[in-house]
Design a protein around this ligand. Sequence first.
Ligand code: NI
Length: 154
Amino acid sequence: MSLLEIKKAGAPVLKQKCVPVEKVDKRLRLLLDDMAETMYHAEGVGLAAPQIGEPIRAVVIDVGKELIELINPVITFREGSVKDTEGCLSVPNLYGEVERSAKVKVEFLNRRGKKQHLTAEGLLARCIQHELDHLEGQLFIDIAESLHEGEHKS
Ligand code: NI
């Protein structure tokens, strides 16, 4: 496995709409491994493929329970609304309040190409929405209120 360079705000790849993964193969699984290692090393809770320079629809997330890999994820259900502080590994040291759905259901492929779904609330729901925004070329700073510098890490 190897650490990948995390692209920072301003990099064109972060503004791109990402293309679906066509083939869930060994190359993709190696990329997911490297993304997870990069995320853990940076002490983040989520990382989307465009953040390491690959404009494809793949995401890794770990909010402290388990590693979740989402390939071609689609949110199929949303409920409620909640505002909380967010940050991003591509936007070091900047935080802001972002309104998100409180609960989401997401459909995706796992690393074996099998269709899965999960329902999430709390930090996991927030993280899923943040990472899926990356796949649309949107950063949290595009939609956040009251951006501020600080120590908060998420
Ligand atoms: Ni981010």
